[in-house]
Design a protein around this ligand. Structure first.
Ligand code: HXC
Length: 279
């Protein structure tokens, strides 16, 4: 379903969205959704060639939109574990006169692998916590001054959308590190919402379930033959998720329609975490 038939096609016109992990998977899916409704987008990722190629794809979407728009997409290389690289990102957003005010930050950068806790080194655990949990804090912290300015310029709250997961809601084999990191992100969403509401910043989360055709899910074994069908049988909504499902959720949460939502993490998983056998 095209985004512009579900949401107004100028929903995010005159706004810039910064998306970490925006070069692929869920992050890129959210970026496609946002440019489709008028946003300018800054993609951040570790590999310059990946974010540059993704930005070129988004500029193609922008130029195909029916309305004339001043929007644009830019790819910038930075590591969410390195605050100095994030300061450079914020400086280049501020210096770019073609970019409208920063109104949305999506924390999509994540690292993961399958490992039993007994096989996981302290550095393996710390690496995933560092990318996911510390990385989310680092980006929020670096972006806050621009988000405050953006909220003031636009006269409506800026929004941070933290991408977590459902791994930690029950417990997930081989995922002690990622589950701890995603639980920390959900907690940070609540704490920052509490403290930053008065600063004009809403902080919300999306906890995606299994999403097809993403490098992240493939890395966890999701690309093996028959997995999507097996998931469809145990998901109440009857199918695996698509990146567009997360894109739709992000558009709602970024919109004025969600203005009274802060601190909440929306589970977008077709009901997968609810699954149990009938007794
Ligand atoms: C055990 C492992 C391991 C593995 C790495 N480590 N892979 N331990 N099993 N398969 C350990 C290493 O041995 C090392 O510890 C430590 O982790 C750091 O490894 P490096 O390779 O030096 O780290 P780095 O180069 O920074 O790479 C980080 C990474 C990498 C997470 C390991 O895979 C990465 O950059 N990933 C980014 C992309 C990604 O994974 N995306 C997936 C997101 S999916 P020692 O002790 O040896 O030094 C996602 C979805 C969740 O989040 C929800 C799904 C439903």
């Amino acid at each position: 379903m095209p985004y512009s038939t579900t949401f107004a096609n100028d929903l995010l016109c005159g706004r810039t969205a910064l998306i970490t992990g925006g070069g692929s998977g869920i992050g890129l899916g959210i970026a496609r959704a946002m440019v489709s409704v008028g946003a300018s987008v800054v993609l951040v990722g570790r590999r310059e060639e990946v974010v540059t190629a993704a930005a070129a794809e988004l500029n193609g979407i922008i130029s195909s939109l029916p309305s004339t728009t001043e929007a644009k997409a830019v790819g910038l290389a930075a590591d969410v574990r390195k605050p100095a690289t994030l300061e450079k990102v914020m400086a280049s957003i501020e210096d770019d006169e073609q970019l409208p005010p920063l109104a949305v930050v999506v924390n999509g950068a994540a690292g993961n692998f399958l490992a039993l806790a007994e096989d996981l080194s302290p550095n393996g655990f710390a690496t995933v916590m560092g990318i996911d949990a510390l990385g989310t804090f680092n980006v929020c912290s670096a972006a806050l001054p621009l988000l405050r300015k953006g909220a003031e310029a636009l006269g409506s709250p800026a929004v941070v959308i933290n991408i977590s997961a459902t791994l930690h809601k029950p417990a997930t084999w081989y995922q002690s590190h990622a589950s701890a990191a995603k639980a920390a992100i959900d907690s940070l969403t609540r704490s920052l919402a509490l403290e930053w509401g008065a600063l004009g910043v809403r902080v919300v989360g999306i906890a995606p379930g299994p999403i097809a055709h993403t490098p992240g899910f493939a890395k966890l074994g999701g690309a093996a033959e028959g997995v999507y069908d097996a998931i469809a049988k145990v998901v109440p909504a009857g199918r695996i998720g698509q990146v567009t499902d997360i894109g739709h959720a992000a558009l709602f949460l970024a919109s004025g329609g969600a203005e009274w939502i802060t601190g909440a993490t929306l589970v977008v998983d077709g009901g997968a975490v609810l699954y149990s056998q009938p007794i």
